[in-house]
Each structure stands twice: as C-alpha cells, then as structure tokens.
Design a protein around this ligand. Structure first.
Ligand code: NAD
Length: 243
C-alpha cells in the first residue's frame, strides 16, 4: 500500500463522489488532506476524519484559488477532481454549456496548477493528478460533446505539464474513469425519466458488468501520488470499456 505519511494533499470537489472517497483514501494512506468544494453541507461530512481538514473553495474563481494557495502554502499532491457533465451533441450544446465546461473542467485545473506548482518546484517534488474521463481523446461517447471535448483538453494539459517539468521533480498524470456511481451519476440516471433502463444501459457499456465505485478510483489516485516512475500518462479505469 502507498504510504503518504508526511505529505500534504489538496483536493478539489471533495465533498462527494470520487473527490470525497479520495479525501478519505489519501488520509488513510497517511497524507494530511485539504478537502475543498463549494458545498459546505456535504463538506461537513468529512470533518472529524483524522488527517482531513475542509475548506470552501469555488475553483471557478482565480482569486479564491490564489488566496487558498497563499494561505495553505506548499502541497506535495494536487488532485484536480472538479468537473461537470453536460448532455448533448455539438448541435445541442450552446455557448454557455461550452463556456462552463471549459471553465470548470479545464481552466480550473490551470488555476490550481499555477497556484501550487511554484511551491512544488521550490522543493523539486510534486505529484499532480487531473481528473479526465474515458470520454475524452480516448473514446467518443454519444451525447457528451462539451464533456468529451473538455476532458480531452485535460489530457493535453496533463501531458504538457508533465513534459515541461519532468526533469524538475514534478509528475503529472490523468485518471480516465468509465462510469462511476456518484451523486451526480444518480442525478443523471433520474433525469432520464426511466432510472432502471438508464442504469441498465450504463452497466451494459461496461464489459466488466457493473458500474465502478468512487473508492476504486480513489485507490488509483493514491497510487499515482506515490508512483514515482510515471508521468504524462492517462490511466483508464473503466471496467473494460476501452479494452
Ligand atoms: P459529482 O459530480 O457527484 O460531484 C462533483 C462535486 O464537484 C460536488 O461536490 C460539487 O459541489 C463540486 N463542484 C461543482 N462545482 C464546483 C466548483 N465550481 N468548485 C468546486 N467544487 C465544485 O462527483 P463525481 O461524479 O465523482 O465526479 C468527480 C470527477 O470525476 C469529475 O471531474 C467528473 O467529470 C469525473 N468523472 C466522473 C465519472 C462518473 O461516472 N461519476 C466518470 C468519469 C469522470
């Protein structure tokens, strides 16, 4: 098991789903975790867990990210987990959808990396983990134009940061999950109007025969934080969807 004792880990969108499972997994691995989100109520559920502190943070605000980084100081691990799913093809996606998808799925990661990378470079050590998706440059997924486009950008960003800083002790990798059972997935299933059919359809696209759990993705994030010989990679964890 990866031992992250003595490390500090900053996570965005940590109030629920994969982010919350990751906050718990990083803390269990020994890291001191700063779990951030815009949802104050859900963040409270993490309070009291050993090694976890919480902080309200809207990653759409460059100013808020900059202030948070200044107050927190250097971190060893940055896990950019925030992201949003929009439905629709290119003809069904409006400018507003695209703007928000780019802002939250891509530019928010640029903000946090810009804020925390200088501290990592000062010490010559740091692990950045960016949340992408199988729906990216890995695989075209129907009805996910804004999402797939922006999650592909996350992979480009990951490789760019990795290439620029590989010789300076910084590693940057991306996680590409298939379908994972999180609160927003439950919302998407309910929004179809036929929950059972939608769930069956989602399961059917995972050859392994089930939807993944947030804990399974969190385990990969912990692994990547400690995996000292990998950078610039996109790690699919998708129940065989892309195999
Ligand atoms: P989720 O969608 O259920 O929760 C998202 C969290 O993001 C919420 O706690 C929300 O409050 C927070 N958030 C929203 N806007 C924010 C903002 N501006 N600033 C800070 N936090 C904000 O969680 P999930 O489904 O586990 O998804 C987490 C990440 O994993 C996302 O990037 C998503 O695209 C990615 N992902 C999820 C799946 C899946 O099937 N669930 C698959 C592939 C990738």
């Amino acid at each position: 098991m990866t031992d992250l004792s003595g490390k500090t880990c900053f996570i965005t969108a940590a109030a629920q789903g994969i982010g919350a499972a990751s906050a718990k997994a990083f803390a269990k691995a020994g890291a001191k975790v700063i779990a951030t989100d815009i949802n104050a109520e859900k963040l409270k559920e993490l309070e009291g867990i050993e090694n976890v502190s919480t902080r309200l943070l809207n990653v759409l605000s460059d100013e808020a990210v900059t202030i948070a980084a200044r107050e927190i100081g250097q971190v060893d691990i940055l896990f950019n987990c925030a992201g949003i799913v929009h439905n629709g093809s290119i003809l069904e996606s409006n400018e507003g959808d695209l703007d928000l998808a780019y802002d939250l799925n891509v530019k928010a990661m640029v903000r946090t990396i810009r804020a925390f990378l200088p501290g990592m470079l000062e010490r010559g050590d740091g692990a950045i983990i960016n949340m992408s998706s199988v729906a990216s440059s890995m695989k075209g997924v129907p009805n996910r134009f804004a999402y797939t486009t922006t999650k592909a950008a996350v992979l480009g960003m990951t490789k760019s940061v990795a290439a620029d800083y590989v010789a300076k002790g910084i590693r940057c990798n991306a996680i590409c999950p298939g379908t994972v059972d999180s609160p927003s997935l439950q919302d998407r299933l309910k929004a179809t109007g036929d929950y059972e059919k939608a769930r069956t359809d989602f399961i059917a696209r995972q050859p392994i025969g089930r939807i993944g759990t947030p804990e399974e993705i969190a385990d990969l994030a912990v692994y990547l934080a400690g995996a000292t010989y990998t950078t610039g990679q996109a790690y699919a964890i998708d129940g065989g969807w892309t195999c």
